[in-house]
Ligand binder design. Structure first.
Ligand code: ZN
Length: 291
């Protein structure tokens, strides 16, 4: 599942292919739950427009357009946003991949899962949004209109601070792990990063949020920024279907200290990493280093 770092990596890599290029037309697949804005309306709204920027809030990508409207994209679980100029062998079917000679550059042909195809006035490479499971979303926001999905989002996780966490945790009896995953408090913190940040701060995922001290809130905020920044640097975690827009896989997962390391020795104290379910999410921690 693409988390904040993967979405940020996607944003940085796709922006040069999208921003400042006038859209000639957008081709879509048929209406489905992928399209929050109906495809016909989307095609009309985007023809002739130019994205002036590509921003991110939590796991949402927002492209302000030159007429004051905005295009919003969410990668969902398997969404891939990439340029025809930079595709990955992993986007090809196994058969197509096997038939490639080593010196052949893989090329991607839009398929039934390619829900958006941006064609540009400059005639250059198209930009595709492909999503095999359609948990991704696309919507178009007319001028000035906010969408409930976006209005509900808390502070972007890269902007987290100890003060913010301390305020948000006072009087809350929910587990600190669940609070970190609450998108109305922090937008874009996923399971991996919450577990890793709590390890760095020495706080158990099950501890009541109200019982986390100010000093520990500072440490959790520092930990979150550190793991998110490091994951962005290495290109995302690439645990499942995530493929970077130019086909490079993320490498962050090799740096995990606790996430999905149940039973393996803690790198600090050699105690086996434990797993516990918190708010229906699997959580990993060191029983000795985290209290
Ligand atoms: Zn330990």
């Amino acid at each position: 599942v693409p988390e904040l770092p993967e979405v940020e990596v996607t944003r940085r890599r796709i922006a040069p292919h999208l921003v400042g290029r006038r859209i000639r037309r957008v081709r879509t697949t048929r209406p489905s739950y992928f399209f929050v804005t109906p495809p016909a309306r989307l095609r009309r709204a985007l023809a002739g427009r130019t994205a002036t920027d590509l921003e991110r809030h939590g796991k949402y990508l927002l492209a302000p357009l030159d007429d004051g409207t905005r295009l919003v994209l969410h990668l969902g679980m398997t969404g891939q946003l990439f340029s025809a100029a930079a595709t990955s062998p992993r986007l090809l079917s196994a058969t197509a991949r096997a038939s490639l000679a080593p010196e052949e550059q893989p090329s991607f042909r839009p398929d039934a899962h390619t829900h958006l195809r941006f064609e540009f006035e400059d005639g250059g490479p198209e930009v595709y949004f492909r999503d095999t499971r359609k948990f991704g979303k696309v919507l178009w926001l007319p001028d000035g209109k906010a969408h409930p999905r976006l209005a509900r989002l808390g502070t972007d996780a890269l902007e987290v601070s100890g003060a913010l966490l301390f305020t948000a945790t006072r009087g809350r009896r929910v587990a600190i792990k669940s609070l970190l995953l609450d998108q109305s408090i922090l937008a874009g913190v996923g399971n991996i990063y919450a577990d890793e940040a709590l390890f760095l701060a020495g706080v158990r995922p099950t501890r009541s949020a109200a019982r986390v001290t100010r000093r520990e809130c500072d440490a959790i905020a520092r930990g979150l920024k550190r793991v998110l920044a490091r994951s962005i640097e290495t290109g995302g975690s690439s645990i499942s279907d995530y493929v970077a827009p130019d086909g490079r896989d993320g490498e962050y997962q090799s740096e995990r200290r606790v996430y999905a390391r149940r039973g393996e020795p803690c790198f600090e104290c050699a105690t086996p990493i434990a797993r516990v379910v918190v708010g229906a999410r699997s959580s990993h921690y060191c029983p000795r280093c985290q209290r």
